[in-house]
Design a protein around this ligand. Sequence first.
Ligand code: SF4
Length: 346
Amino acid sequence: MDVERTTVTPAQDALGRRLHDLRISVTDKCNFRCPYCMPADRFHENYEFLKRSELLSFEEIVRIARAFAGLGVAKLRITGGEPLLRKGLADLVGMLRSIDGIEDVALTTNGVLLPEYAQMHANAGLQRITISLDSLDEEVFQVMSGGRGNVREVLDGIVAAEDAGLTPIKINAVIRRGVNDHTAIGLANHFYGSGHIVRFIEYMDVGNCNEWRKDEVVSSRELRDAIHAVHPLTPLDQNYAGEVAMRYAYEDGGGEVGFISSVTAPFCGGCTRARLSADGHVFTCLFASQGTGLRDAMRDGASDIELRDTIAGIWTQRTDRYSEERAGMTEAARTNHKVEMYHIGG
Ligand code: SF4
């Protein structure tokens, strides 16, 4: 694998946070309609998603990723919408792996297309995979996925990822009170002893579509205590600075479980993540209101150095810490227009 040499000038934002992770959305389309992200009534069958010409090409994505690598990014995560809907994605995985300075290429998916694509992406160099699975209860799953896919298909996707060697798998579950919280223990039990890591995510006010209410948040503490009562847990150290999940091990060796607590224990202080939308906008926070477009500048002939300088300018001015500020915000400020999560891949 030819590695192009790049000099790295680590960038720091206005709060001293380095730039280390880039989440790359490769499509705004999805085959699910999860109500907290892409509700079916709004994203109906005639909804106009980005046209092919509006999407960044793989070559353009690689140019941008290389510019980010030159500013200290070492970890890339491919997201969507549902990234496996993007044709030829395995080629992009290979291209991203060849960028100097990139140590890790991961993917987040809803899993149902993995039986067809897992091995191909592993062969192309994909290193890690995260699969979203909000419940094993079929009825609840249908509510959480907007009536798309089913539990069996996701479990088959997990088996396909295992067979392709993409292990351990992280299983992400968004927990919403009164919707799937009563099935969370079932998820923990199912993956207990499997080697895979379930991460329970506090329900967040992402985007503008989910009519988020604080009383629908199940705090990580509450969930952790419920699991601890069944499977005693002991805290684990972070794998690396800025890791979003609070890690716990089952005391009896049954593996690991994680909690992502953006609402009750925000982690903005260590946030090293930038996000790239499928049409080439850079966002510096999951809850940002707007991003900076790079696509047109590239298509108008911007050089790699100009690209890197633009990105450096964006990051060094960054002051985002929405989750830390949320509690003190007025409702008007909190519901101010935000980028949709499906547009930047969570
Ligand atoms: S709210 Fe924004 S700044 Fe805070 S952790 Fe999330 S993405 Fe990072």
